[in-house]
Design a protein around this ligand. Structure first.
Ligand code: SAH
Length: 361
């Protein structure tokens, strides 16, 4: 039993059942024993992998898109480049290598990283030392007043959600509880809520997911960009709307029980991009998409990039490069399940990889 599990049990015995969002916040980001605060989950012996770790083309094309957006906005200097949850720093390393020759871009960058994990901070500080990154626990402490270039890949999916289940008398929140043996399990809140905005025609047993944490972050991004301009690219495993139980636990690249060994299992859930778009737009920002990750990368030229990378390389290397790209863009793999939302200031140029008609109305 982990120390965190023991603390959770004591807290549940004393306070009673807790919302899923509180359980997730503790399991994932608790300071001394949370999943992300204690490890590098992406390393060779890790639990899961991500687009920048699968193919260098991902970070390269995101870098090119951000540099283009910077040029399109008149090459402001300084410009704040922010990554939320940079993981191993791979995306930015690839992005910086791909944009070396964009005159003055690197010199204009002030790099800010929002990262909860001391383990990953150390790795990011080392790998991105040339840009002297400043670290933050939250976006809120990044200074304001300059244009913002922001990237978040697989960050929103780890922020906590709440779940509500449709019952005969209304919506009941799904809570985490401990039984008399200390085993964790799900229970429904004793009181039902009426949540008319979720619709009244959903069948009993339907689960909806709401995330105040994600909405608050999307508001903050929208507010900053509406005020100072720039571009945010939010990339994540998506769901359509709020309906559906998408909580997923992964350990060692396999599915696990979400309540087993809190702090040692990766817990994530799919992102409702409509909710993010609404939040950012409510702050006056312009929002494009979401579009599929495959379409986004194809438009940015991933095929041409792959051809250049693979040219003249030994056959097995060329095949591995192509396999990585296929994983990112194929509709059967990450191409449509992962989606990209762009947040910008209204009146600014259309973000690279998007079409004018993809401006959300
Ligand atoms: N973007 C990277 C890593 C994704 S994993 C990639 O694509 O490879 C999620 C990242 O967010 C990790 O760096 C993790 O440590 C960080 N993270 C998770 N929860 C966080 C929180 N609440 N605050 C700040 N960073 C967090």
């Amino acid at each position: 039993m982990t120390g965190l599990a023991e603390r959770l049990r004591r807290s549940l015995a004393f306070e009673g059942p807790m919302p899923l969002s509180r359980f997730l916040a503790l399991a994932m980001a608790e300071r001394s024993a949370g999943y992300y605060t204690t490890r590098d989950p992406l390393g060779a012996a890790g639990d899961f992998t991500t687009a920048p770790e699968i193919s260098q083309c991902f970070g390269e094309l995101v870098g090119a898109a951000l540099a283009q957006a910077w040029l399109d906005r008149g090459a402001p200097a300084p410009v704040r480049l922010v990554e939320l949850g940079p993981g191993r720093g791979t995306l930015l390393l690839d992005a910086f290598r791909a944009t070396q020759r964009v005159a003055d871009f690197h010199r204009a960058i002030e790099l800010h990283l929002v990262e909860a994990s001391p383990v990953l901070r150390a790795l990011q500080a080392e790998r991105l030392a040339a840009f002297a990154p400043r670290f933050h626990d939250r976006l809120e402490t990044v200074p304001e007043g300059r244009p913002l270039l922001l990237i978040a890949n697989e960050f929103f999916d780890v922020l906590p959600i709440r779940q509500f289940v449709r019952t005969a008398d209304g919506w009941r929140e799904r809570l985490v509880a401990a039984d008399e043996h200390g085993r964790l399990g799900f229970v429904l809140a004793p009181h039902a809520l009426s949540l008319p905005e979720l619709g009244t025609d959903l069948r009993e047993g339907t689960v909806v997911e709401l995330s105040p944490a994600r909405a608050a972050l999307a508001c903050e991004i929208g507010r900053r960009i509406a005020a100072a301009g720039g571009l945010a690219l939010l990339v994540d495993y998506a769901k359509v709307g709020a309906v559906g139980d998408s909580l997923q636990a992964v350990r060692g690249h396999r599915r696990a029980d979400p309540l087993e060994e809190p702090g040692n299992v990766d817990l994530s859930s799919r992102v409702d991009f409509d909710a993010l778009a609404r939040a950012a737009r409510a702050q006056g920002a312009a929002v494009f998409g979401p579009i599929g990750q495959g379409a986004f990368l194809e438009r940015l030229g991933i095929r041409a990039r792959l051809a250049r990378l693979a040219a003249g390389r030994p056959e097995p290397v060329a095949r591995a490069l192509a396999a990585g790209v296929r994983r990112l863009v194929d509709p059967e793999e990450m191409g449509t399940l992962f989606r990209v939302l762009a947040v910008t200031r209204s009146g600014e140029p259309v973000p690279p990889g998007f079409e004018p008609q993809e401006l959300a109305a």
